[in-house]
Design a protein around this ligand. Structure first.
Ligand code: ADE
Length: 237
């Protein structure tokens, strides 16, 4: 998979790309993330990327020209169209289900906004799907883009040590993860539950399921009512 990220602050993402699961995915050649500073495509000598909104009002709006030029340099008309995602608090909220679907794409282009917003013609001319990471406003799309890239990278087959997707498929319902324990079996008087030490895989599975159910009931009862959000399901949460 290749992910192109358009941002005027590539430095925010650089450290992230060189660490964590995303670095592993890139080293294994399962993922390539390319940063594009669309300020480089600005037309004037000051490399202006924003301007005052027509009609007045506070803040600045991202101009269309640098973003159009950057996208046109990136997307060849004769190649399959990439999925195009625009990070914005106006988008539909990211869920694990959506991340799983995105992890099957060959190529994704992510546009990170800043300031008060984007010139509307960016939305009108390009087939962007808007993605929000939650109902709160951040100062830009870079942090949401990192959230998105991380959540996709860990689902790419071969990135994690174990077959995460198989693990996910084995879950029946929208449950939070069960508790995890490792050595020592006795830590400051707190014991690991006996069932996990007994070696009976069926009993372990049933204990984990009931714990996951209990945890979900306690922490996220909305998930059991079949709300719009889906539990992360697999992995440590
Ligand atoms: N940009 C600013 N806030 C955002 C959010 N909550 N999700 C995605 N992009 C954003």
């Amino acid at each position: 998979m290749r992910i192109d990220v358009l941002t005027i602050f590539p430095g925010i993402l650089e450290g992230f790309l060189n660490g964590s699961i995303v670095r592993i995915a890139q080293e294994k050649r399962l993922l390539e993330v390319v940063l594009h500073d669309f300020r480089q495509f600005a037309l004037d000598k000051h490399r202006t990327v924003d301007d005052k909104p027509f009609g007045g009002g506070p803040g600045m709006v991202l101009k269309p020209e640098p973003i159009f030029a950057c996208l046109e340099a990136l997307i060849a008309p004769d190649q399959p169209a990439p999925r195009m995602l625009l990070m914005s608090p106006c988008g539909s909220t990211l869920t694990q289900k959506r991340v799983r679907a995105l992890s099957k794409d060959e190529r994704i282009v992510i546009l990170c906004g800043r300031y008060e917003g984007y010139d509307e013609r960016i939305r009108l001319a390009w087939p962007f799907e808007e993605v929000s990471i939650g109902d709160y406003v951040l100062s830009g799309g870079e942090v949401p883009a990192m959230v998105l890239v991380d959540s996709i990278a860990r689902l790419l087959p071969g990135v994690l040590g174990h077959d995460l997707s198989a693990l996910q498929d084995s879950f029946e319902g929208p449950l939070l993860d069960h508790p995890h324990y490792t050595r020592p079996a006795d830590f400051r008087g707190m014991q690991v539950p006996d069932v996990l030490l007994g070696g009976d895989h069926a009993k372990v599975a049933s204990w984990r399921h009931s714990q996951a159910l209990e945890r979900t009931r306690l922490l996220r009862p909305d998930l059991l009512r079949g709300g719009p959000n889906e539990a992360p399901n697999a992995g440590q949460v």
